[in-house]
Design a protein around this ligand. Structure first.
Ligand SMILES: NC(=O)c1ccc[n+]([C@@H]2O[C@H](COP(=O)([O-])OP(=O)(O)OC[C@H]3O[C@@H](n4cnc5c(N)ncnc54)[C@H](OP(=O)(O)O)[C@@H]3O)[C@@H](O)[C@H]2O)c1
Length: 177
């Protein structure tokens, strides 16, 4: 990595059938997967879509909420930004690591700028209403790390394999000036 280059990462989880959301939350209940996400983004600046933001009980400081609306009332430590690029720039300006945490529309707009994508592939199918965007070309990214762990999914009572993948995009785009 070139000296001074900023690293933006995305993080999320997706089912075998492409689902990532249901009724404004996750289609599954796997506390260990959620704990992995929380540990990964701890202390980072976050870029969050407005709907995902609204689903979160606790939102850490230095969270940048992407919305086209004006005058949203946000929790302390959160700032509204009207574009994904603007949110990424503001997040980078904090000097913290930057994570894009979704949802679908934000992954679709932010992936060109991401060096890494931490994606948990959950090896089961779930009903949902939000799909991981097909426009994110992860098949062309390198998998630099993969770990598989099996956890109990609380809603179904079934054990499910979670593949914790780290993808790397060789040449992320620079943010527009
Ligand atoms: N599985 C996972 O890892 C994961 C991660 C995150 C979220 N989720 C789930 O995904 C679902 C939400 O995803 P979603 O795609 O429906 O919503 P979202 O991306 O969280 O939020 C969509 C909103 O973001 C704003 N927005 C999106 N693109 C924008 C752009 N280019 N410029 C300005 N504003 C923009 C708009 O807000 P305004 O309408 O205010 O203009 C839009 O309505 C939920 O079910 C959530 O639980 C899952």
């Amino acid at each position: 990595m070139a000296k001074g280059e900023s690293v933006i990462a995305a993080i999320g989880a997706v089912a075998r059938n492409g689902m990532l959301g249901l009724d404004g939350w996750l289609p599954w209940d796997i506390p260990e997967e959620l704990a992995y996400f929380e540990a990964k983004v701890k202390g980072a600046a976050l870029v969050i879509g407005r709907l995902t933001y609204e689903s979160m009980e606790v939102v850490p400081e230095d969270s940048f909420i992407v919305s086209r609306q004006s005058g949203l009332h946000l929790k302390a430590g959160c700032r509204q930004v009207d574009s994904v690029e603007g949110a990424l720039k503001a997040a980078l300006a904090t000097g913290k690591p930057v994570y894009v945490i979704g949802g679908a529309s934000i992954y679709a707009a932010a992936w060109p700028y991401c060096r890494h994508f931490y994606l948990t592939r959950i090896d089961a199918e779930y009903a949902g209403d939000a799909l991981f965007p097909e426009s994110v070309p992860l098949a062309r990214w390198r998998v630099v790390k993969e770990e598989v762990r099996s956890y109990l999914e609380r809603k179904s009572g079934q054990f499910v394999d979670c593949h914790f993948l780290q993808y790397e995009q060789p040449c992320p785009h620079n943010l527009p000036a």
